[in-house]
Design a protein around this ligand. Structure first.
Ligand code: COA
Length: 261
């Protein structure tokens, strides 16, 4: 376990759990938390034993209640741009980590907290989770990728309604809107997230990395270009030892032993 000031990094077999831990402020993201989250993500990225990452919040009330409003209050035009770009960079790192990242949403996920969840590849919500983009109530707009990722995740209508009303949705509504993959009881949140990572850990790690890249292309590119990316990445897979191993293991009716190359 690595204990930063406001972030805890913990390994559980092939998974790591990154917990944002600033419970007295409902795990709000200040500059220090963002730096520590960035550092924890770097550790998970470099650790070849880690197949997947779970991000959650400390306590049972909040995942992350947003960017720190005390810091927001001090921003001007120049520092506001830097503030937004810093958050965007950390959340981009999540999206491009090369390993699936699961948001285990255990309560309020508001503003930057929702944006953190949108940046993860998979979202599991506990029944008490609440999502929302309340920025317009503070005289700002989402600045950590929310205007871009929420549109891609939920479509323009849903994203626009959430962003311009600032209203919150509960876990069941989030599920019906396609914002989360699954809703579970609070005490099942981490076990279910770890079960998903465990399943991922049984698959070919290099193929997972490339699958994430191909999925990213589907979000970023027109379909014809995305299909080209898919064919290129499929071809790369066919040059790996894992492709020979996976297909040979199937034919020999045995379990594959992955090399990650
Ligand atoms: N930034 C800084 N501090 C925050 C925070 C944030 N985003 N969200 C909560 N806190 C702090 C509160 O100021 C309070 O601190 P205090 O005890 O020193 O006064 C503490 O966390 C507990 O929050 P509190 O508001 O008392 O809890 P609550 O149960 O009454 O309400 C929320 C919970 C989430 C509804 C409420 O805290 C809230 O609306 N937070 C802001 C959400 C937001 O707008 N986020 C987007 C920012 S872009």
């Amino acid at each position: 376990m690595t204990q930063f000031q406001n972030v805890v990094y913990e390994k559980r077999k092939r998974a790591c759990i990154i917990t944002i831990s600033r419970p007295d402020k409902l795990n709000a993201l200040n500059a220090k938390v963002l730096d520590e989250l960035d550092e924890a993500l770097a550790i998970s990225e470099q650790d070849s034993e880690v197949s997947g990452v779970v991000i959650t919040g400390a306590g049972d009330k909040a995942f992350v209640a947003g960017a720190d409003i005390t810091e927001l209050n001090k921003l001007d035009v120049l520092s506001g741009k830097e503030f937004s770009e810093r958050g965007q960079a950390v959340f981009d790192r999540i999206e491009r980590l090369g390993k699936p990242v699961i948001a285990a949403v255990n309560g309020y996920a508001l503003g930057g907290g929702s944006e953190l969840a949108w940046a993860c590849h998979i979202r599991i919500a506990s029944k008490n989770a609440k999502f929302g983009q309340p920025e317009v109530a503070l005289g700002i707009i989402p600045g950590y990728g929310g205007t871009q990722r929420l549109v891609r995740l939920a479509g323009r209508g849903v994203a626009t309604e959430l962003i311009v009303t600032g209203s919150q949705v509960n876990a069941e509504t989030a599920l019906s809107l396609g914002l989360v993959n699954k809703v579970v009881e609070p005490d099942e949140l981490i076990p279910e997230s770890l079960r998903i990572v465990n399943q991922i850990s049984e698959r070919a790690p290099f193929a997972i990395r490339l699958a994430l890249q191909a999925i990213e292309a589907a979000v970023e590119l027109p379909q014809a270009d995305g299909l080209k990316v898919e064919a290129q990445l499929f071809a790369v897979c066919c040059g790996t030892e894992d492709q020979k191993e996976g297909t040979s293991a199937f034919l020999a009716k045995r379990n594959p032993v992955w090399k990650g190359k």
